[in-house]
Design a protein around this ligand. Structure first.
Ligand code: GTP
Ligand code: MG
Length: 193
């Protein structure tokens, strides 16, 4: 196998959408029910193995609170990939994700690989995606009885992502669904470019 290729990835998105939780799931295969907000940014690394290469991801997990917005360019500058996260149960978070994507398209590396990620899939009780059939042994992941409902349809977000040529994945940092796929798809797209 070829020597590891080092890739800088930045996570962006509204506060509390689950950026840190996605990274924690991907890097340590853990989940924390009450994760504290990120202050400034956090740095973690993880390897992704593709068919004939290994990519080392240097992951910058930024803080979503608006008071940290001005720091973001430091983290997305020179990034080869951006994972822009929204919460499928909070409509405002997709608007915020779209604003991040516009900012990236204006200010980041013009070849940056962008993934749009709809997180907190486990909170949605109804099984409204035929490609995401909930298996019987995971039925108890559907809805926690805390009254959350889906506010962003899968197809709405996918159509937007397709139009802009972005990768698109729905995830749950809590169950792990889709999480490895996000980083693997990003790595595959980078490997080809
Ligand atoms: P900032 O650092 O403030 O920008 O927030 P963040 O985007 O990093 O969110 P964080 O990972 O801290 O998660 C916010 C809250 O949502 C925490 O209480 C998490 O436990 C919860 N959470 C994150 N991902 C999921 C998920 O997939 N499902 C559920 N049910 N809860 C989640
Ligand atoms: Mg965070």
């Amino acid at each position: 196998p070829a020597k590891p290729i080092q890739i800088k990835v930045v996570l962006l998105g509204e506060a509390a959408v689950g950026k840190s939780s996605l990274v924690l799931r991907f890097v340590n295969d853990e989940f924390q029910e009450n994760k504290e907000p990120t202050i400034g940014a956090a740095f973690l690394t993880q390897k992704v193995r593709l068919d004939d290469s290994v990519l080392k991801l240097d992951i910058w997990d930024t803080a979503g609170q608006e008071r940290f917005h001005s720091l973001a360019p430091m983290y997305y500058r020179n990034a080869q990939a951006a994972v822009v996260v929204y919460d499928i149960t909070r409509a405002s978070s997709l608007d915020r994700a779209k604003a991040w994507i516009k900012e990236l398209q204006r200010q980041a590396n013009p070849n940056i690989v962008i993934a749009l990620v709809g997180n907190k899939l486990d909170l949605v009780a109804e099984n409204d995606n035929e490609e995401e059939e909930i298996s019987e042994d995971h039925e108890d992941n559907g809805g926690d009885g805390d009254g959350k409902t889906r506010q962003i349809a899968t197809e709405t977000a996918r159509a937007y992502a397709d139009e802009l040529g972005l990768l698109f994945v729905e995830t749950s940092a809590k169950s792990g669904q889709g999480v490895v796929e996000v980083f693997t798809e990003v790595a595959k797209k980078l490997d080809l470019s």
